[in-house]
Write a protein that binds this ligand. Structure first.
Ligand SMILES: Nc1nc2c(c(=O)[nH]1)N[C@H]1C(S)=C(S)[C@@H](COP(=O)(O)OP(=O)(O)OC[C@H]3O[C@@H](n4cnc5c(=O)[nH]c(N)nc54)[C@H](O)[C@@H]3O)O[C@H]1N2
Ligand SMILES: Nc1nc2c(c(=O)[nH]1)N[C@H]1C(S)=C(S)[C@@H](COP(=O)(O)OP(=O)(O)OC[C@H]3O[C@@H](n4cnc5c(=O)[nH]c(N)nc54)[C@H](O)[C@@H]3O)O[C@H]1N2
Ligand code: SF4
Ligand SMILES: [Mo]
Length: 695
């Protein structure tokens, strides 16, 4: 490969920080600064900085593995691919195409996500495909589509944040989950703007806030309704904007008026004076933003909750205007693009709907198949995992580690074990790969080229910087080989640019239109925002769309829709048996299920294992001291981890990060209650009891 630095992007989160990869004498690469990418301007978190460690052969898979006599043993690529083809063909012959499941990931490049969706529909003929993004931002996507007619995480670039007047950051701990982005918020404050953070914990992010609201987990819907009530009561509604650019205000207004501040204080625990202060800070400046992340979204009422926060923006005229708006901070490396090109149960490329006849015709033509041959929508991620071993007998999994990351994980682990056949493509032997019948070792990030779409909707080119180790192949090569073996010899190119060219055509005219984007443009322009439709000639190329909705929303009539929502309790509220609320999330040094970051020494030293964060009052009741093991018990199971005692959490709440398997696995406890629209599980709220261990 090249000897000089290759400009590319981080393999982990949705910021997709720019970095250079420079070859080092022993054959690997080092991460060096790349200052020209506006999102991070050279800054990186520890995960990005240490990402090359996961390229090393010492931690990764370099040979296919097949199960033989109960253990995984090395095999040739042909043996392994033949076994997968046999497994899938047998399931299809015995139980029909819908007994073959496919599970993808929001970390996969656009090219991989697109090809995986096409593989499921065209080669397997199954409707049963979904992906881990369902566990991530699906409630914000559903809320955004309802309100604006379109889901793009941020409708503006991050660089707009420092110039607005106030940001309400709801359930985001971006100081730990997207550290370089904190700069935009410190610049906001330097410019005289204010930051409100809504989080039941006093996080590193909340430390930066001018006002920190600390609601009980699962009560953001009521909180937003209470703020809207005050906005109406204090005469702060932008009536002209509401009339001109929105629909549904009367119903939303009536719902908010039923949530008077004292009632909201009782539900949320946030004192009325703080509600009033938040309204003042949000309404006084010219422009303001609301940004949500997983805190309010990973709830069984996540979609309605997002709707309630959008209502605040609409009532005050803070959407579809410069420096104002609602945005969702999407999480995974390709969390945005991964939800646009067809690995989602109900979706075709270009953010088209699988049940829309025109969309089916368009995509079927690009794919060269009969529209009637395309299956309909399938099950959502949790429902799909829950059907393993019963309706779904074989699974092909690419880019997720559900044994650690799925809700009610002990049950899902059992479902996975009950499959007739499991094939996993991964770079490392994850906890889920360890259960597979066949594991295929794939190339990653620095070893292959591909595009991702970051949380701003900016499509980016990740360039190959090094030659992959011997023995691994790309996900695209895997899908091509399997398609061949399943009798589909055409339509599965392995060159990412060729796949992207097809994706452009498949997305043309769709909501997420990439047809005007080329690899050449991505390289030259440092990313292009979608929608970017193709134009007749290069000279009038579409510039891309950094800012959405300035003239109209993407609804049929161009108006945004208020959400007619009311408070409702979480699926599980505390009771005598389970009196405490558990919420879950992340720490800065580990990523997701930890499959990659738990293999990096520097990150393990910083975050060696799980813990239970609890308030001193709760710790005193248990007789637990700092570092003592405590057990957290829910209706799903029991987890044990050391106590971490802090006054920075509500006394009625405990917090566990979810990055580890084993005894301290947070997802042993979590509740798979699903949001009725987005099918998002309630990762952020369940009832537990906390016990001292060994006393
Ligand atoms: N270090 C690191 N960074 C990451 C990731 C990682 O695993 N590790 N993952 C990436 C991905 S995929 C994602 S989705 C993002 C997630 O990014 P974030 O959403 O910032 O991460 P979380 O820690 O899951 O949740 C954020 C906060 O929500 C709070 N919270 C819990 N319950 C509630 C509630 O009911 N209401 C409110 N308002 N807040 C609540 C938690 O206390 C937590 O501080 O991070 C991305 N970046
Ligand atoms: N309790 C609780 N649980 C949660 C959450 C929470 O807040 N609380 N958050 C949820 C959220 S937001 C998310 S996004 C999920 C994420 O959870 P997971 O879906 O488990 O995500 P990762 O751990 O990133 O798993 C990605 C896997 O794919 C592999 N991989 C990386 N790159 C590639 C590639 O290019 N090709 C292939 N084939 N494999 C690759 C990695 O090695 C890893 O094993 O967890 C969810 N689970
Ligand atoms: S913030 Fe996200 S994209 Fe940036 S270096 Fe860290 S993990 Fe990578
Ligand atoms: Mo996520």
């Amino acid at each position: 490969m090249q000897n000089s630095a290759t400009p590319t992007h981080c393999p982990y989160c949705a910021l997709q920080c720019g970095m250079n990869l420079t070859p080092v004498p022993d054959g690997g690469v080092a991460v060096t600064e790349r200052a020209d990418f506006p999102v991070n301007r050279g800054a990186l978190c520890g995960k990005g900085r240490t990402a090359p460690a996961v390229l090393s052969s010492s931690v990764r898979l370099t040979s296919p593995l097949v199960r033989s006599g109960g253990t995984l043993v090395p095999a040739t690529w042909d043996e392994a691919l033949d076994r997968i083809a046999e497994g899938l063909l047998r399931t299809r012959a015995e139980h029909g195409p819908d007994a073959c499941g496919v599970f993808g990931g929001g970390g996969l490049t656009n090219e991989k996500a697109y090809t995986l969706g096409k593989f499921a529909r065209v080669v397997l003929g199954t409707s049963q495909i979904d992906y881990n993004g369902r566990f991530c931002m699906s409630s914000a996507a559903a809320g955004g589509i309802k309100a604006f007619g379109l889901d793009r995480g941020l409708p503006f670039p991050l660089e707009d944040i420092p110039r607005t007047g106030c940001v309400i950051l709801v359930g985001s701990n971006l100081a730990e989950t997207m550290p370089p982005s904190l700069r935009f918020f410190t610049e906001l404050k330097e410019n005289g703007g204010t930051l409100i953070v809504v989080d039941p914990r006093r996080t590193k992010t909340a430390d930066q806030a001018d006002l920190h609201l600390m609601p009980r987990p699962g009560t953001d819907l009521a909180l937003a309704l209470g703020l809207l009530h005050l906005i109406v009561a204090e005469g702060r509604v932008d009536e002209a904007y509401v009339t001109e650019r929105t629909a549904g205000w009367e119903e939303a207004r009536a719902a908010a008026m039923a949530h008077w501040p004292e009632y909201v204080e009782r539900i949320t625990g946030v004192p009325v004076p703080q509600l009033r202060e938040a309204v003042r800070m949000f309404c006084e400046p010219e422009a303001a933003m609301v940004l949500t992340a997983r805190g309010p979204e990973q709830q069984s009422k996540g979609t309605d909750t997002v709707g309630a926060w959008i209502n605040l923006c609409l009532a005050t005229g803070r959407a579809g205007k410069p420096l104002s708006g609602y945005g969702c901070l999407t999480g995974q490396g390709n969390g945005q693009g991964g939800r646009e090109h067809g690995q989602k149960a109900d979706q075709l490329p270009g953010y088209r709907k699988l049940d829309d006849p025109a969309a089916r015709r368009h995509v079927a033509e690009v794919w060269g198949v009969d529209p009637d041959s395309l299956p309909g929508p399938g099950r959502s991620a949790y429902e799909l995992l829950d059907a393993l071993g019963t309706d779904i007998r074989s699974l092909l999994l690419m880019g997720s580690n559900p044994v650690v990351s799925a809700p009610r994980a002990a049950h899902i682990e059992e479902r996975i074990k009950s499959l007739d056949f499991l094939a996993v493509c991964d770079v490392v032997l994850s906890e889920t790969a360890a259960l597979a019948d066949v594991v295929l070792p794939v190339t990653q990030w620095a070893e292959e080229t591909g595009t991702t779409t970051n949380l701003e909707g900016r499509v980016l080119l990740r360039r190959q910087a090094i030659t992959p180790p011997e023995g691994v192949r790309s996900d695209l090569e895997v899908l091509r080989e399997l398609a061949d073996r399943l009798g589909v010899e055409k339509g599965f190119p392995t060159d990412p640019e060729e796949v992207f060219e097809e994706l452009r055509r498949a997305s043309a005219g769709g909501v997420a239109d990439y047809s005007g984007i080329t690899y050449r443009r991505l390289a030259e322009e440092n990313g292009v925002f979608w929608p970017c439709p193709a134009q007749d000639s290069d000279s009038d190329a579409h510039p891309g769309t950094p800012r959405l909705f300035l003239d109209r929303f993407a609804t049929d009539d161009g108006r945004a829709r208020f959400a007619p929502v009311s408070h409702r309790p979480s699926a599980e509220e505390p009771d005598d048996e389970y009196p405490v609320l558990l919420t879950t999330g992340r720490v800065v040094a580990q990523y997701q299920s930890g499959a990659q970051t738990r293999r990096v020494d520097e990150l393990n030293a910083a975050a060696p294992g799980p813990f239970v964060e609890l308030h001193p009052r709760l710790a005193a009741r248990l007789g637990a001291a700092e570092g003592d093991p405590v057990a957290v018990v829910s209706r799903r199971g029991r987890a044990v981890a050391p106590a971490r005692i802090t006054t920075g959490i509500r006394p009625d709440t405990v917090f566990m990060p979810f990055h580890w398997p084993g005894e301290g696995r947070a997802n042993t406890l979590t509740n798979p209650a699903l949001d009725p629209t987005s099918r998002m599980p309630e990762f952020k709220t369940c009832a537990v009891r906390v016990e001292a261990v060994g006393s």
